[in-house]
Design a protein around this ligand. Structure first.
Ligand code: HEC
Length: 237
C-alpha cells in the first residue's frame, strides 16, 4: 500500500479526518460535558439591561410600539425587562444573520497579532456556550472591526445613526446603511432596529472588563435582579 502515492495519501487523509474528528468533536464534548448551554434569558446581564432600558428612555414611542409597556408591579417589572431583553437578543441575532453583518464582521478575538490590544480580551470557548451562538458568528472576513467586544463601546444613539447611514459618523465607511431598520429617520428605530442595537450592545457585556475591555476598571453599574446566572458571570458579582 505504501509503495504507491495514492496509498500514502489515503492513509494520510484518513488520519487527518480522524484527528479533526477528535479535536473538533470529541475534545469539545469532553470539555463542556458539565457546562450546560445557557438560554437567551440566562445570558441577560446588568450591563445589557442598562442599555436596553436606555433604549426605552431614548426612544419611548418606538420602544412602546415594539415591546409594549412594563407591568405596574415592581417584581413583575423585573421579570418583564429580563424577558424582553432575551426576546430582543434572539430577534437581534436574526437580523444580524439576515442582513449579512457577518460578511464583514467577525466575532472572535484571536490570540495572535496583538488582537487583544485592539479589540479586548482574547475569546474563550466558554463564551460561545449559549443559545445565541447557534451557529456561532465567528465570521471569516474582517472588512469592519471584530464585534465580539462591541457592547458598551458606543452609545445606543451612536449605533442608531451609524446603522441608518454609517457615513454620517465614519467618513468614507464602506458599510452600507440600513434605513429599513428605522421609520424614516435615525431617531425612530423600529423593532428591528431596536433589537439589533440591543444585540450589538450585548456582545462582550458578560466580561468582567466591560466596558473598559483594554484597560479594566470595575463597572460602576448598580446591581439589577437577574434571571438565574452562573457564579462566573460578570453580572453576578
Ligand atoms: C460591507 C461590509 C460591512 C457590512 C455588510 C457591515 N459592516 Fe459594520 N462596519 C464595516 C466597516 C468597514 C466599519 C468601520 C467603519 C465604520 O464605523 O462605519 C464598520 C463598523 C461597524 C460598527 C462600529 C464598530 C466600532 O465601534 O467602531 C458596528 C457596531 C457595525 N459595523 C455593525 C454592523 C452590523 C450590525 C451590520 C449588519 C446590519 C454591519 N455592521 C454590516 C463594514 C461592514
Amino acid at each position: 500500500m505504501f509503495e504507491s502515492k495514492s496509498g500514502v495519501l489515503l492513509i494520510a487523509g484518513l488520519f487527518f479526518f480522524g484527528l479533526a474528528f477528535v479535536s473538533n468533536v470529541v475534545v469539545p464534548v469532553i470539555m463542556y460535558r458539565d457546562l450546560p448551554e445557557k438560554t437567551a434569558l440566562e445570558v441577560v446581564n446588568g450591563n445589557l439591561r442598562y442599555q436596553f432600558e436606555d433604549l426605552a428612555r431614548r426612544y419611548p414611542e418606538e420602544f412602546k410600539k415594539a415591546f409594549g409597556e412594563p407591568p405596574a408591579s415592581e417584581t413583575e417589572q423585573q421579570k418583564w425587562w429580563n424577558e424582553k431583553c432575551a426576546e430582543a437578543l434572539l430577534a437581534g441575532r436574526k437580523i444580524y444573520v439576515g442582513e449579512g453583518c457577518w460578511h464583514c464582521h467577525s466575532q472572535f478575538v484571536r490570540p495572535v497579532s496583538n488582537e487583544d490590544k485592539r479589540w479586548g480580551p482574547v475569546s474563550e470557548s466558554k463564551e460561545y456556550q449559549n443559545e445565541l451562538q447557534r451557529p456561532v458568528m465567528f465570521g471569516t472576513r474582517r472588512v469592519g472591526p471584530d464585534l465580539s467586544r462591541e457592547g458598551g463601546r458606543r452609545s445606543n444613539d451612536w449605533h442608531a445613526v451609524h446603522f441608518f447611514e454609517p457615513k454620517r459618523l465614519s467618513d468614507k465607511s464602506p458599510m452600507p446603511g440600513y434605513p429599513w431598520l428605522f421609520d424614516g429617520s435615525p431617531d425612530k428605530p423600529n423593532r428591528r432596529g431596536l433589537v439589533l442595537i440591543a444585540y450589538v450592545q450585548w456582545l462582550g457585556s458578560w466580561l468582567e472588563s466591560y466596558p473598559y475591555f483594554e484597560q479594566y476598571e470595575q463597572s460602576p453599574l448598580k446591581d439589577i435582579p437577574l434571571a438565574e446566572t452562573k457564579p462566573d458571570d460578570a453580572a453576578a458579582k
